[in-house]
Design a binder for this molecule. Sequence first.
Ligand code: MIC
Ligand code: SF4
Length: 643
Amino acid sequence: MGLNVTEKIISNHLTEGEMTTGQPVALRIDQTLTQDATGTMAYLEFESIGIDRVKTDLSVSYVDHNLLQSDFRNADDHRFLQSIAARYGIYFSRPGNGICHQVHIERFAVPGKTLLGSDSHTPTAGGCGMLAMGAGGLDVAMAMAGEPFHLVMPAVIGVRLTGSLQPWVSAKDVILELLRQLSVKGGVGCVMEYFGPGVETLSVTDRGAIANLGTELGATGTVFPSDEVTRQFLESQKRSDDWQLLTADDDASYARIIELNLSELEPMIACPSSPDNVVKVREVQGRPVSQVIIGSCANSSYRDIATAAAAIENRQIAETLSFEINPGSRQVLENADIQGALRHLIHAGARIHQCGCLGCIGMGQAPATGTISLRTFTRNFPGRSGTKDDQVYLCSPETAIASAVKGVITDPRDLGEAPAVTMPDQYLVNDNGIIPPPENGSDIEIIRGPNIKPLPEFEPLPEDLEATVALKVEDNITTDHIMPAGSKILPLRSNVPAISRYVFSAIDPDFPDRAQKLGSVIIVGGENYGQGSSREHAALAPRYLGVRAKLVKSFARIHKANLINFGIVPMTFEDPADYDRITPGEKLVIPGIRAAILSGADTVTVKSPSGDTFQAKLDLSERDRFILAAGSLLNWVKAKITS
Ligand code: MIC
Ligand code: SF4
C-alpha cells in the first residue's frame, strides 16, 4: 500500500521501531532550532553531554523571545548564546532578526527533512514539506548530540482541502475552523496532513500559518506536501536547490479524513481564553476593541503584513485603539519597505515594533484593564498577555485590520472590495542577521553572565514513593499556568532556583514554599494536562521544588516527555472517577514504584490515607522507564557514557 507524506518522511528517518500507530519509534533528526527562552538551558544541557560539535546537518539558535533588556540578564543570555553557538558549530540568528519559525521557513526549511525545535510551534516548517516537531530543550540537546528523537508513532489524520478561499478569508480562518471542530485536544497523538486540490491555492507561508496552529490542536506535527508552490517559494528565497517533489502516493491512507471546502469558510475568531473557543466573527462583531496587533509566528509573514498595508491604504485607525505591527522577520520588514507597504501602515497610525515574539509571550504590549485585545497570535490563555483577567481574541490579519479601522470587532467583508496583494517573485534576501559558525570553534570562549546558574542535580527514583498532594487542578491546565512567562519571569530561564519561585504563581502563589517544605510532592490534574508551550522549565522547576509524580486524566505530548526527562513520574487514572476521591493535602503512597517501573508494569497501586487503594496507569516506553529510574535523562545518559 502507498504512503502518505508523513509516513514517507518517517520511514526515511526511522532508527528504531516500526510505523505502527501508538508504538515507540525513534527518528534521525536533520535540523534543530532553539530560541533564547528555552535555548540557554538547552545549550547548558548540550554542553554537559560533552560533545565537541553538533552532529546535525544544521542547527540554528534564534534570539526572538527575550528582547526586552530591562537589566543585564537578557543581554547576558544573548552573548552566552552567540558564543556557545560559535563554539559548537551552530548558526546564530541575532536579536531583531525575527521569530524563529518565520526565519526558519524563509531561510532553512527543506522538504522531506526532519526538524526538532525547543519551541512548540516548530511544526510551522511543515508548511514547507518538513516533519517538524516541538520538544523540550533536553530532547533538542540530545538531537544536536546526534541522538535520535523518541516519540510515539502518531496517527496521521488527513485533511482534504477543496475549493479556494473567498476574498477577506485567509489561512488563519482555516485552522480556527479546525480548532472549532476538534478542540485543543483533537490532535493529541496525531500528525495533521493536508492534501487535495485546495492545497495548491495556498502559499507556503499560508501553509505555515495552518501548520503553526496545528500545535494548538495538540498535534505532534502538521505536514503539507512539497509541490510547485513550494518550488516557487524556495526559488523566491534563492534556495531552489533545496526543493524536491514530495506528495502522498495515490493509494495512501489516513487514520481518518476531514473534508474542508475552502470556498465555504468565513472569517473566524477565537474568544477568550482558549484557542478553540472559536465562533464566526459575525457572532461577536460590534464589541469595542482597545488594541489590535498583527504579529507572532502564526501571522507575520510578508503576505500578512502586505495584506494589512493594502487594506489600510487611504484609511485611518480608530482613535480609541492602539494598532501595532510585530513583523515576523527582518526579511518581511525589509521587503515590506521596498514594496511600499510599510508606508501605508505608518501613515494610518500603526506602531511598528521590532521583529520578534514581543506581546505574544507577555514581553510588553499588555492590554488595558477590562478591554478587548484582538491579536493574530497563537494563544490567548488567561493572563498570558500580562494583564489580569485579560480578554484576548485571536483572528486573521484581515479581521484585525477591519477592526482597527472600525474600532469594534468587524467582519472584514464589511470593508468592501478586498485588497489585491502580489507576492514578490524574488524576495530581497539579506542574511546579515544570521551568523554562520566558524569551521572550528574549539578556541572560542563561552561568555557567561552571573544569572546563568549550573543545572541542578537530581536523585534517582526511590523504591517506594510517599508524596503529598500539594495541588489539585482542573482540565486543560497549560504550561503558562505551571511556569508563567512575561517580562518578570522570562529573564530567569537560565536560573532554576530563581525561576522555581514562580511555579503555579498565577493559581497558587504559596505553592513553591509549600512544596519545598513538604519535600516530596504529587500534583493531581484533569484532561490534557500541560498543553501549550514546550518549556521544560514547567517540569524542571517543579522537580527542583520536590515534585516527584503527576497523576492526571490525560497529558499533552511535550509536557509528558519533559516530565520523564526530569524524573517526574507521569501517571493517569485507570478510572477517571478516582480523581474525585483525592483531597488536596493528603499523603499518597505508591509502594514499590521503582521496581514496578523497571519491570514494565502498566499500572501501580496508589494508597490513600484512609486505606483505600486505586490503580494508576503508566504509559511508558522501555527507555522512559530507565530515565525515570535514573532520576533524569541527563543522569541516564551520563551513566551510559561512563559505563
Ligand atoms: C510560547 O508560545 O508559549 C513559547 C513562549 O514560544 C513557548 C516556548 C517557551 O516557553 O519558551 C513554546 O511555544 O514552546
Ligand atoms: Fe514567539 Fe508567540 Fe510564536 Fe511562541 S507563539 S514562538 S511566543 S511568536
